[in-house]
Design a protein. Structure first.
Ligand SMILES: Nc1nc2c(ncn2[C@@H]2O[C@H](COP(=O)(O)OP(=O)(O)OP(=O)(O)O)[C@@H](O)[C@H]2O)c(=O)[nH]1
Ligand SMILES: [Mg+2]
Length: 252
């Protein structure tokens, strides 16, 4: 397990090396867990993820019966998930019924921002937890008045690592990267970009002020996931938003 967050990261995937040093052979990976301990880690990991996948399948069935399309929005903290949702909801609220589940370790701040747009919202506070899991979404669904044929946005906890592993029952993961984060993120956090279907490159209004190579970011994203689609947007100015809104319309 990942000791800091208990999120079932397998320790035997860890490698430690200096620049220029060749990739160590798998057994010399720098970890010191016995085979017995490794076996136990894998068992616990499979149990955690297996239980999660079962509940995710239940959520997915619930969505299917009601023709609800759910998107899991994932990114590092502050890339603009809530701002994108605010703008998206204001643009589509007369057209499509929508609801939001907000995930943060603490506070109701994001739920309050969504509440101001007038759509139903539930906040999940994960406390020490670094990701939403399917059971949290299941419980939140019981508190949401979700109409048929609606769009559900699940804003995950800001974290580019752990949410990649947890299926919530969504139709697709949408990963957001903002131009202040550096274009290397798809290579550094490949699990997330591999798990996502769509990548929003946000805060393009800041491009004149930062060293962010959009073409290279796309190339890195495609290197880890050649099905990944991209839209470049500014949730602040609205530039590029119509393509994202059309993509959403095409999903329902
Ligand atoms: N310049 C600029 N700022 C933006 C844009 N989108 C969001 N921001 C700003 O970025 C900051 C973080 O935005 P949020 O929408 O709260 O980001 P988030 O991903 O929801 O953050 P967490 O929920 O904390 O992970 C805020 O100050 C926003 O105003 C954008 O397109 N351009
Ligand atoms: Mg947010």
């Amino acid at each position: 397990m990942c000791d800091s967050c208990g999120c079932s990261q397998p320790v035997n995937s860890v490698t430690i090396r200096r620049p220029g040093q060749a990739m160590p052979a798998p057994d010399a990976a720098g970890h010191h867990h016995s085979h017995q301990a490794q076996g136990r880690v894998v068992e616990v990991r499979e149990a955690v993820l297996g239980k999660n996948d079962g509940i995710a399948a239940h959520n997915r069935e619930f969505f299917k019966e009601r023709r609800i399309v759910a998107f899991n929005l994932v990114s590092s903290p502050g890339s603009g998930k809530t701002t994108i949702l605010e703008r998206t909801i204001r643009a589509l609220r007369e057209e499509i019924p929508m609801a939001v589940i907000e995930g943060d370790q603490q506070t109701m701040l994001d739920a309050e921002r969504i509440d101001a747009t007038g759509v139903p919202v539930v906040q999940v506070n994960t406390g020490a937890g670094c990701h939403l899991d399917a059971d949290m979404v299941h419980q939140a669904l019981h508190q949401l008045d979700l109409g048929e044929n609606s769009l559900l946005f699940i804003e995950n906890v800001g974290n580019l690592v752990c949410p990649a592993m947890f299926d919530l029952g969504e139709a697709a993961k949408v990963v957001i990267i903002s131009v202040t984060e550096g274009e290397d993120k798809p290579l550094k956090y490949p699990a997330m970009f591999d798990a996502a279907s769509l990548c929003l490159i946000n805060k393009t209004d800041l491009l004149p002020h930062v060293d962010f190579d959009v073409a290279r970011c796309r190339e890195y994203g495609l290197r880890v996931n050649h099905h990944l689609e991209f839209f470049e947007i500014s949730a602040k100015t609205g530039e590029g938003m119509p393509a994202w809104l059309d993509w959403l319309r095409s999903q329902i």
